[in-house]
Design a protein around this ligand. Structure first.
Ligand SMILES: [Zn+2]
Length: 753
């Protein structure tokens, strides 16, 4: 019996543990489904496979090779670790052997994934008699190598940001690539949703336009984790009809999937034991039994807090290596590579990570995975869980719920989780802000004819608008770029992550950079006096120079962490549609101003509040779309103002979470603000907005399906066992002493009348 089998049995025999388990699902082992290497594949690459010991392919790999050789755009949808890279590497390398002039472009969402991929390609092509040049092309590529890659790279592996800002604008230097481009591979396709996906779809429009200019029309091969609408998303991204392959032929060992709801501490208030503390307990027993474990947390702060607890539990002597690491954005690349390597070699026994490791970065397969808090979507949950599980031997994954409504909904409705297909991934390439930005970039690259389309989008009016703005000038029915600036520089595909604040440790006489945070998170995480945690060590921020984007920190040893409060102000700029009834409904453009004004100090373990302090930083501003509901005076009868306010605050807490389930997006993509007398409507108003500049279509969708959302909201509140409202439904009991549950239900009655 393996140590994991033993531990699983101990848990099953432990009534206290089992009382917190709401579902213990055993996903049975599945035999692989194999097929002969297809005849369509060049004999030389078939031989290369055989010499590497591969005599058969998984059925989905063979199906992919056949689909691509039929000349189809192809989408392959399979789970983590199912050998999907061969699905595109085989046809691509096969094409290169047949025709040495042939070229391919690979897109991965991150640099790290691209670098992994090149190592694998070099391994596959090493035995061939023909040299196939595979290179990454990203910010780390040495200037001396760039020319050679542009000229003679057969397979260029890069990310969408680099394609957007460095390759497409300089297409004249890439003539060999664009003239001969036969395949475009897009891996981790499901990452291209929301605002990032909307940008990437436009980058692909630009890419196809340049290919057409040089006379090539490449085939697309896309890979995705399981989502509900792979075909639809692929078609949104590439604007072509693809062939879709979904059956997975890879074998799978037995996996235990446990849904765990921490015990109730205070039923009236709906308070449960902290999910971090429970995860700490379970992870410690796994790691002590020498079981390699990954623990996912929802936030960077969660990573650091849990890392501290786990290291304490290991009771190691000073100077000894605990074998436990943290992993998240903000760690430097060198640190991250060392951790990935330690995981593959088994030297690292436990790793606490944000969703940074959810992506396909190669860390080998682990034995156990603990997910602290519902990651926000079913697709993400399965992806994180996929980090544990080898070809043979038992593995386990556990979701530890927190007190939030969505978490409680998932663990109390296991059938919903196990029975439901994952979410639809939405992207909106015609988001006006995003589209305009890319039409600017595209006109810099090549002039537009007055009747040109951009992908499937009609842009005649937009071109005229850009002419009026003196961005373009027209001549003989063609629009030419006329500004001095270089447009791609100003456009970030990931909106918030472009400008980073660097964190500098000044503990020692020679200061060192220990990490970075994006500009929008900086007021929350590195305001003055904040405790910034890095690799299990604590640093206090002594100075944040927001203009220079630098935070100066010093190492400290304190018994608390800090948590900042965000306050948000919203202003309506334009109304697109409205409908007046018992409640007034509308959606339109808004401006959001966000300000961090104070922070709290919270003691480790007990999580008690140790005091607070002010934060003095400029506010950040965002334009987006919102959906809002306003209550006319006669609709609320004699409801007192304080009750209306309590009801609105309660709905603002709960509605974004429930709406995210209905619209199949991440709850963090939506935000709510309530105003008891809104300056614009002059009425009690609840606003829900897309948490992205420009919006990506959620507000419009909420305007359409608001009744479904509000019915589900009412069900969550009436199903909850609390008396006056709790964190599992409408949020914590309000500090003013007003209770939210009853007024929230009253407002819902009005909305659903
Ligand atoms: Zn409740």
């Amino acid at each position: 019996m393996s140590p994991l089998d033993e531990l699983l049995q101990q848990w099953q025999n432990n009534p206290e543990f089992m009382s917190s388990v709401t579902r213990w699902e055993v996903v049975p082992a599945v035999e692989g489904s194999y097929r002969d290497i297809p005849e369509e594949l060049d004999p030389r690459i078939r031989e290369a496979l055989v010499t590497r010991g591969i005599k058969k392919l998984y059925s989905h790999q063979a199906a992919a090779v056949e689909a691509v050789s039929r000349g189809n755009h192809t989408v392959i949808v399979t789970p983590t670790a199912s050998g999907k890279t061969l699905c595109y590497n085989l046809p691509v390398v096969g094409a290169m052997i047949k025709n040495p002039a042939s070229r391919a472009l690979y897109l991965f969402p991150t640099k790290a994934l691209a670098q992994d991929q090149v190592a694998e390609l070099r391994d596959l092509t090493s035995g061939l008699d023909r040299k196939i040049n595979c290179h990454t092309y990203d910010g780390d590529t040495e200037p001396g190598l760039r020319r050679g890659i542009r000229h003679s790279g057969h397979i260029v592996v890069t990310n969408p940001d680099m394609l957007h800002s460095a390759i497409l604008p300089h297409h004249t230097k890439w003539v060999q690539l664009f003239q001969n481009l036969e395949y475009i591979v897009i891996d981790e396709m499901h990452q291209y949703r929301g605002v990032f996906g909307s940008h990437v779809a436009n980058v692909i429009r630009r890419l196809k336009r340049i290919c057409a200019f040089y006379g090539s029309s490449p085939r697309f091969i896309l890979c995705s984790a399981t989502i509900a609408n792979p075909g639809e998303l692929a078609e949104t991204l590439i604007e072509e009809k693809p062939e879709i392959i979904t059956e997975n032929g890879a074998p799978r060992a037995e996996k235990h999937f446990i849904l765990y709801n921490p015990p109730m501490v205070n039923p009236e208030l709906g308070l449960r034991r902290s999910s971090l503390l429970e995860a700490n307990r379970v992870a410690s027993s796994l790691i002590k039994s020498d079981i390699q474990t990954i623990i996912f947390t929802r936030s960077r702060l969660g990573v650091e807090v849990l890392l501290t607890y786990l290291k304490q539990n290991m009771k190691i002597r000073p100077g000894e290596d605990s074998g436990i690491r943290g992993y998240r954005g903000g760690y430097l690349p060198k640190e991250r590579r060392a951790i990935e390597d330690g995981l593959r070699r088994g030297k690292v026994k436990g790793v606490v990570s944000t969703n940074a490791l959810e992506l396909g970065i190669d860390i080998g397969a682990l034995d156990a995975c603990i997910i602290t808090g519902y990651p926000g979507s079913i697709a993400s949950t399965w992806q994180q869980a996929g980090r544990s599980g080898r070809r043979s031997g038992t593995s386990m994954a556990m979701l530890v719920a927190n007190s939030e409504p969505l978490n409680q909904y998932i663990v109390s409705n296991p059938d919903y989780f196990f029975g439901r297909t994952p979410e639809r991934a939405l992207a909106d390439p015609d988001n006006m802000i995003i589209l305009t930005n890319h039409v600017r970039c595209a006109s810099f690259e090549l002039p537009f004819n007055h009747d040109d389309k951009f992908g499937r989008s009609d842009i005649g009016e937009l071109l005229k608008f850009l002419e009026d703005e003196n961005v373009l000038y027209s001549n003989d029915g063609r629009y030419h770029w006329m500004e001095d600036t270089y447009p791609a520089e100003e456009v970030s595909l990931r909106s918030a992550t472009r400008e980073n604040v660097v964190i500098i440790d000044t503990t020692n006489p020679s200061p060192v950079v220990i990490g970075e945070v994006d500009r929008f998170s900086a007021p929350m995480l590195v305001h003055e006096e904040a405790i910034y945690m890095h690799a299990g060590r604590q640093f206090q921020v002594e100075k944040l120079d927001f203009a220079e984007k630098k935070a100066y920190v010093r190492q400290v040893d304190v018994n608390y962490f800090t948590d900042a409060n965000l306050s948000v102000d919203l202003k309506i700029l334009d109304t697109f549609e409205e409908l007046n009834g018992p409640v007034n409904l509308a959606w339109g453009d808004v401006r959001i101003n966000a300000l961090v004004s104070m922070f709290k100090k919270i003691r480790f373990n007990t999580h008690e509040n140790l005091g607070s302090g002010p934060v003095d930083l400029p506010e950040t501003e965002m334009h987006t779309t919102a959906f809002w509901l306003a209550f006319p005076p006669d609709s609320l009868g004699s409801m007192p103002l304080s009750a209306i306010q309590a009801g609105l605050i309660s709905l603002a807490n709960l509605v974004p979470q429930v709406a995210s389930l209905q619209m199949m997006c991440d709850p963090r993509d939506l935000r709510a603000v309530s105003q008891v007398k809104a300056p614009f409507t002059e009425l009690p108003t609840l606003y829900l907005y897309d948490n992205f500049p420009g919006g990506v279509g959620y507000s419009q969708e909420m305007y359409r399906i608001y009744r479904d959302i509000m019915q589900a909201v009412r069900k969550v509140i009436t199903d909850c066992h609390c008396v006056e409202g709790c964190p599992s439904c409408i949020g914590p009991v309000l500090q003013e002493g007003e209770t939210g549950k009853k007024p929230a239900l009253q407002l819902l009655e009005v909305i659903l009348k």
